[in-house]
Design a protein around this ligand. Structure first.
Ligand SMILES: [Zn+2]
Length: 460
């Protein structure tokens, strides 16, 4: 009976996946949701067909990039893999990923499953799948998560993993996870950056974890890497960074990244310190899985940024870089990467306030936008999206000259205006619901500018 329901659930799921693809949706929750109605045990059963390890990647920022890097590394070895799409990272979306990968009878075996999920979803997921490894990138305050929910989430994850036979891969530079080993009795592996790996500028950013989680005293920092990540110690109880099992060092930003994780030299087309962290995290997990350095190095070197994660478009011979921003820490890091870029540049910022963006746009006031004051190479800032006025006001308060600010609420008008400006490089920052529209406009402009003169492609 169960076998029949499993096969029916898979069949229905596969048909719905086909439909949703025809409708242009990539990752989708709906097929998994419907399949679970038919056979609630479907995820548990399909997850049992993983012969190697189930890996969960979670954390506030960087989990999509980290899990995509790790997926690339695993595929490089020739192993088979079930991997869910970003945007479908709750239980129904993960179920969809398994249905899409399996055959009609649900008996197909895979070497690995790599499941990206939100922090709050981890305890639920642990009820249905048995991971061998959980990687946590970091815990940052998200825009929707500003009333102590972060502490609660950390605690819930801690309780969910307690006493389990899991390898936990944690950020040694994050005071919110550094103490997991003592409190969970789970095998913990720590990764991080050696002090002085990269100029430890004094940071003005918000640091959520700056109070000791054990005794509540304010932490002292020897250096900050970014946000609350760095080398810390507590004057009250002696809490400090745990010893590292995987150490990032020798970081150079060209702005493309070059770094070492222990002895392994890595090159990546990605930019920004936060992506260097993502690389160290993915590489640490890969080493624990026993993957050879040559596979890891090749995968990291070949891994290209995707939609919204520093994807580059060439318009009128100049690069335009698209970046998704969704919370203060992410925005701080995106701005840091923009400032790091020595070229003369223009900035476009699309701020929307739909549900997926967060209805409350006051998070832009928590970000360290004042950092742009030091960058004299930002020639113009174009403010766009539904809340273009709010971002313009924020830029003005951050000290950016009002006469170099332009408001163009319409995305297409704004990006076309941006592309017509002088400068060496353009940056497009966008919140979630404007991202795909921005991308489409950029692709259109790229195509048009690549066409030979006098042969502008005719529509239809
Ligand atoms: Zn303390």
């Amino acid at each position: 009976m169960n076998k029949f329901r499993l096969i029916l659930a898979i069949a229905v799921g596969k048909i719905l996946i086909l439909f949703s693809r025809l409708m242009g949706n990539q990752g989708s929750n709906f097929p998994g949701k419907m399949a679970r109605r038919i056979y609630p045990g479907i995820l548990q059963q399909l997850a049992a067909r993983i012969t190697g390890k189930i890996i969960i990647v979670t954390g506030t920022n960087g989990k999509t990039t980290t899990s995509n890097m790790l997926a690339r590394i695993i595929k490089q070895t020739g192993a088979s893999l079930v991997h869910n799409q970003a945007g479908a990272n709750m239980i129904p979306g993960i179920t969809t990923a398994f249905i899409a990968a399996t055959g009609m009878t649900g008996r197909k075996r895979f070497d690995y499953a790599l499941l990206e999920t939100d922090e709050a979803n981890v305890p639920l997921l642990l009820k249905e799948v048995k991971p061998g490894l959980i990687l946590i990138t970091n815990f940052f305050r998200d825009q929707l998560d500003r009333y102590g929910e972060l502490d609660y989430t950390v605690q819930v994850i801690r309780e969910a993993v307690k006493g389990k036979a899991i390898d936990l891969v944690l950020n040694a530079d994050d005071p919110l996870t550094a103490y997991f080993r003592d409190l969970t009795a789970v095998r913990c592996w720590y990764y991080g950056f050696a002090p002085g790996s990269y100029g430890s500028r004094e940071s003005r950013e918000s640091r959520e974890g700056r109070y000791c989680v054990i005794c509540g005293q304010e932490l002292q920092y020897q250096c900050y890497h970014y946000a609350q990540l760095g080398k810390f110690s507590c004057p009250g109880c002696g809490n400090h960074n745990p010893g590292m099992d995987f150490t990032g060092h020798g970081l150079v930003m060209h702005p493309a990244l070059e770094l070492r994780v222990d002895d392994m030299l890595l090159n990546s087309p990605y930019q920004g310190f936060y992506n260097a962290y993502n690389i160290v995290a993915a590489v640490s997990a890969a080493r624990l899985l026993g993957i050879e350095p040559r596979h890891i190095q090749k995968a990291i070197a070949d891994f290209r940024p995707e939609a919204g994660r520093m994807e580059t478009f060439v318009i009128n011979g100049r690069p335009t870089i698209l970046i998704l921003v969704k919370n203060p820490t992410g925005l701080n890091q995106s701005l840091a990467a923009v400032i790091e870029d020595q070229g003369v540049k223009n900035l476009f910022f699309a701020l929307n306030d739909q549900v997926a963006d967060g209805r409350d746009v006051s998070w832009i006031w928590d970000a360290d936008i004042e950092a742009i004051e030091t960058d004299r190479k930002i020639k113009q800032i174009i403010c766009s999206g539904i809340r273009s006025g709010d971002i313009a006001l924020r830029m003005k308060y951050a000290g950016y000259p009002a006469e170099q600010l332009v408001i163009k609420s319409n995305l297409k008008e704004g990006i076309e205006y941006l592309s017509g400006l002088t400068g060496e490089i353009n940056y497009v920052l966008s919140t979630y619901t404007a991202l795909f529209a921005c991308r489409k406009i950029l692709l259109g402009l790229q195509k048009r500018s690549a066409a030979p003169a006098g042969k502008v492609p005719v529509r239809g």
